[in-house]
Design a protein around this ligand. Structure first.
Ligand code: C2E
Ligand code: CA
Ligand code: CA
Ligand code: CA
Length: 275
């Protein structure tokens, strides 16, 4: 029995070693990818529900690993957070997004996802300012998506930075609303411009009465506070119609388009404008 136990421990240890080694390797590859500029943004359109006109795009990070193929941003963003790369990567992506958006028609915005860790460095305001200055993008065309993780880890400094950004005309969105520890009290803590309802609710909107009720309630509160409401993960015409009827202001999802590389954006815009 003793021997069995030891064997198990050994097996467990060697599996751990393999996992740790694998992560170290991926970390090294990520470091190189960031340094080489191999992490690229793809852009997913956001439309106004009333007209289905495109109002902007959300920038989503993509990494095509040389041997492993595409790696999910959920994986490499959290790896970047863990190994101290997120600040550098985040700054590069802000530059990339602003440089892309400045080439689009002026009424279109770009939404960039931010990690809560980017608020910790004390350099975020400066980083965003530089990205705007270098690209020439108007601050009103930049939206920043933050999750409830930021609000939980909320400090006075975070609030100060968010207010400073808003004062410059940048819009702040609360992302993935409804999952995790999202709470209606956030609406009082921080002045957000828009709320993004998490796709898990949108996917169940026709089948789950509670999902439907939650979506309806969030839209109602958003409207009362004059905030825009974005539904993400819209995949069907039924979902689109239902969300439009409920008064959701903006829609995003595969029903309209998946994220595309920047080269495809101009043709997409032209297509959407064609009669
Ligand atoms: P998110 O910000 O909630 O982004 C929405 C995710 O839903 C994206 O996944 C998008 O491709 C996907 N999606 C869009 N429409 C649909 C749909 O109709 N159906 C379904 N099932 N999914 C849809 P993606 O690109 O894999 O990104 C995953 C997450 O990684 C993002 O979630 C965000 O939290 C994070 N992320 C991505 N890019 C960045 C970035 O540049 N910076 C940071 N900090 N995080 C990022
Ligand atoms: Ca987002
Ligand atoms: Ca989201
Ligand atoms: Ca998400």
């Amino acid at each position: 029995a003793k021997k069995d136990g030891r064997d198990k421990v050994c097996l467990f240890d060697s599996q751990m070693d393999a996992a740790v080694r694998d992560r170290r390797m991926l970390e090294g590859d990520l470091r190189a990818a960031v340094a080489n500029g191999d992490i690229k943004l793809a852009y997913q359109p956001v439309v106004a529900s009333s007209t289905t006109d495109v109002t902007g795009f959300e920038a989503l990070a993509r990494w095509k690993h040389p041997t492993r193929g595409h790696i999910s941003p959920e994986v490499f963003i959290s790896l970047a957070e863990d190994c101290g790369l997120i600040e550098e990567l985040g700054a590069l992506l802000l530059d990339q997004a602003c440089n892309a958006a400045v080439k689009w028609p002026e009424h279109l915005c770009v939404a960039v996802n931010l990690s809560p860790l980017q608020f910790r460095s004390g350099k975020l305001i400066q980083t965003i300012q530089s990205a705007l200055n270098r690209s020439g993008l108007a601050p009103e065309r930049l939206q920043l998506e933050v999750t409830e993780r930021l609000v939980i880890e909320d400090t006075d400094e975070t609030v100060t930075q968010l207010k400073e950004l808003r004062a410059q005309g940048i819009h702040i969105l609360i992302d993935d609303f409804g999952v995790g520890h999202s709470s209606l009290s956030y609406f009082q803590v921080l002045p957000f411009d828009k709320v993004k309802i998490d796709k898990s609710f949108i996917h169940e909107i026709e089948t789950s009465r509670s999902a439907n009720a939650i979506v309806e309630a969030v839209i109602g509160i958003g409207r009362q506070l004059s905030m825009g409401i974005v539904a993400e993960g819209v995949e069907t015409e039924k979902q689109r119609n239902l969300l439009t009827r409920l008064g959701c202001s903006h829609l995003q999802g595969y029903y309209f388009s998946a994220a595309m590389p920047p080269e495809e954006v101009p043709a997409f815009i032209a297509d959407m404008q064609a009669p």
